[in-house]
Design a protein around this ligand. Structure first.
Ligand code: NDP
Length: 381
């Protein structure tokens, strides 16, 4: 990942701070630009669950794309979305007739918001239909699936992006800058954690029905793993984008376990460590058993931290020089607009948000699982 030049605010606290000598008091990242009046990309959301609703709001706020269609397994949802967003009936698909989208010139992009195991087949089907693809994180449940998705999109000549909204969020952009540009010197140690006690698991009750289709996150075959796949991917991303380096080795431990009867297929919690080539170490955790949402980076001449750090925000934090106070934005609109511009301008999706980035994360996640299972050090080439 390359060093970022995008800049954010830093509200200094106290005189004589490290920030006084650093170029951190900067103009807003949201300097007004002329409104875009060109053609918009037509996006079809595939899978109308919880996150699709947030993306629909993002599409409403977007300048460069619009919600043009949906793909859903439920006729009642199709009718409700069609009415709410005034969608033409010919832009409504189900999972069986989806391939007919190939003949629909009024859909440019399929945005896949399905359970993780369906990212691969629907990416491939969308690519074969000649549509650009944005797929949600984690990109797929295995690295081999990521490779197949990249190959299918390359073969079809369509763009493939992963829904890495953090890359378009100004607080995250600021911590990328602080880390990669060594604003407080080189980062030596980093902690990142994201966990939700009852995240999308119906309730805090231990008797969650694993046969309930809405509980796909508890199924190894559907989710690919537990909180590491779902939430830990944000910690892996954060360590990588703060340091601007790729980990070379990982160790990991499962646990703690408080709800063994619920987590029969995927881990309830996992903690892992990543070693980076510049000498930095990262200690990370993700969980469905406890709440955590933080990031801390210790550098030679100071520190920076966020909490909330890796969820949906608003993100708040501080550095050894003062409070980090950057106004929140609509992250989905920001991500969609940035990705749409690459497609509209026929520029390749950059490496930090395309399929190769999703693949890198899944390779690291596979190494973390292997390390937790074996108890050893797993090296990444
Ligand atoms: P939900 O369970 O809320 O929604 C998934 C939808 O997929 C369902 O509503 C259903 O839509 C469709 N679906 C099709 N087949 C199945 C199946 N076999 N089992 C269950 N659902 C099925 O999940 P989320 O919206 O929370 O997550 C979807 C994806 O988005 C995941 O990959 C997740 O990691 C990612 N995500 C990303 C976030 C981000 O911030 N970037 C935040 C949250 C999730 P329908 O009824 O229309 O067929």
């Amino acid at each position: 990942m390359s060093a970022l030049t995008r800049r954010g605010f830093l509200e200094k606290l106290g005189a004589g701070s490290v920030a006084a000598s650093l170029p951190l008091l900067l103009p807003s990242v949201h300097a007004a630009t002329a409104p875009y009046n060109g053609p918009k990309l037509n996006v079809a959301l595939c899978g109308l669950g919880n996150y699709a609703r947030m993306l629909a709001e993002g599409l409403q706020a977007s300048q460069y794309c619009r919600l043009a269609g949906v793909v859903t397994g439920h006729a009642d949802k199709a009718a409700a979305w069609q009415q709410q967003y005034q969608l033409p009936p010919q832009n409504i698909y189900n999972y069986n007739n989806f391939d007919g989208i190939a003949h629909n010139p009024n859909i440019d992009v399929v945005y896949i918001v399905l359970p993780n195991f369906l990212h691969k087949p629907f990416t491939i089907r969308a690519a074969q239909a000649g549509k650009h693809v944005i797929t949600e994180k984690p990109m797929a449940t295995t690295a081999a699936d990521c490779e197949a998705m990249i190959a299918a999109c390359n073969k079809a000549g369509v763009q493939l992006a992963v829904g890495y909204r953090m890359h378009f969020e100004p607080t995250q952009q600021e911590i990328m800058r602080l880390g990669q540009q060594k604003a407080f010197g080189p980062v030596r140690y980093l902690e990142a954690g994201l966990g939700y006690k009852t995240y999308n698991l119906a309730d805090a009750n231990d008797m969650v029905d694993i046969n309930d289709d809405t509980q796909w996150r508890l199924h190894k075959t559907k989710a690919g793993g537990g909180p590491l796949m779902d939430l830990g991917v944000y910690c892996v991303q954060a360590a990588r984008y703060v340091l601007g380096e790729e980990p070379v080795a990982v160790t990991a431990q499962f646990g703690p376990v408080h709800h063994a009867q619920r987590f029969t297929q995927v881990e309830e919690s996992i903690t892992w460590q990543m070693q980076f080539p510049g000498g930095a170490a990262a200690n990370c955790t993700s969980s469905y058993g406890f709440n955590i949402d933080k990031l801390y980076a210790s550098a030679d001449d100071g520190y920076f931290e966020l909490s909330p750090a890796l969820s949906h925000g608003p993100f708040t934090g501080k550095t050894s020089a003062g409070i980090l106070n950057i106004p929140p934005i609509n992250q989905q609109a920001s991500q969609l607009d940035a990705m749409a511009q690459y497609i509209i301008n026929k520029q390749p999706m950059p490496a930090h948000i395309n399929g190769s980035e999703g693949l890198r994360d899944i390779r690291i996640i596979e190494a973390i699982y292997k390390a937790a299972q074996t108890g050893g050090v797993v090296k990444l080439v």
